[in-house]
Design a protein around this ligand. Structure first.
Ligand code: SIN
Length: 196
């Protein structure tokens, strides 16, 4: 099931009158910006963990066979690392469309890895959105990702690119890395045998 959140997001007006502001990305927005930005800085936000608990019917899966992509789940003391982009307000319109499958703009405090902080926005798919899939054994999540593919490409690419991007940033995320390990071995099992 899916619910288009584009219009809901476009009714939100935080930062409308700022010439620029910060957007925090923690999923595909880390490794595939695909939008114009004025600068980017590695950053983290506090009180959230990244989880592959959001269904993707529009990018990395289909309504019949949804993929799984990242969202943020509140957890006291947790830190979620990602990338901050300084953008202008016009950039939100295409992002609202890209994040339409359940994500809502949320105001948050970004802490830059090299010091300092700023208020900004992040897109979060909360538990009450129609595409939310929620927790499942990691093995099941990895299997679902291994099989799914959507208009933006194979679901495995999303996870593998995210894991690579986090490694390049120098951050560990055990949820992502454990899924990456399982997915990699599933993909090996699925690969056709090579000639000796
Ligand atoms: C994000 O990357 O910040 C949001 C989720 C996604 O687009 O993958």
């Amino acid at each position: 099931m899916s619910l288009n959140t584009t219009h809901l997001n476009q009714s939100l007006t935080h930062f409308d009158h700022h010439s620029s502001f910060w957007l925090f990305g923690y999923g595909s927005l880390i490794w595939k910006a695909g939008f114009p930005y004025l600068e980017c800085r590695p950053a983290h936000i506090r009180g959230w963990i990244r989880r592959f608990w959001q269904g993707s019917h529009d990018h990395r899966g289909t309504p019949e066979s949804p993929g799984r992509v990242a969202t943020l789940i509140p957890e006291a003391q947790a830190i979620c690392h990602g990338m901050a982009y300084r953008i202008t307000p016009e950039t939100l319109a295409p992002l609202d469309v890209r994040e339409k499958n359940g994500y809502l703009r949320e105001v948050t405090t970004l802490h830059f890895d090299d010091g300092g902080s700023a208020e900004g926005l992040t897109y979060i798919a909360t538990r009450d959105n129609a595409a939310f899939l929620g927790p499942a054994p990691l093995e099941n999540i990895a299997r679902q990702i291994a099989l799914a593919r959507g208009p933006s490409g194979p679901n495995p690419d999303y996870l593998l690119n995210l894991a690579d991007a986090l490694r390049r940033l120098g951050h560990r995320d055990e949820h992502v890395f454990a899924l990456e390990r399982m997915l990699t071995s599933l993909l090996k099992e699925q690969a056709p045998p090579t000639d000796p």
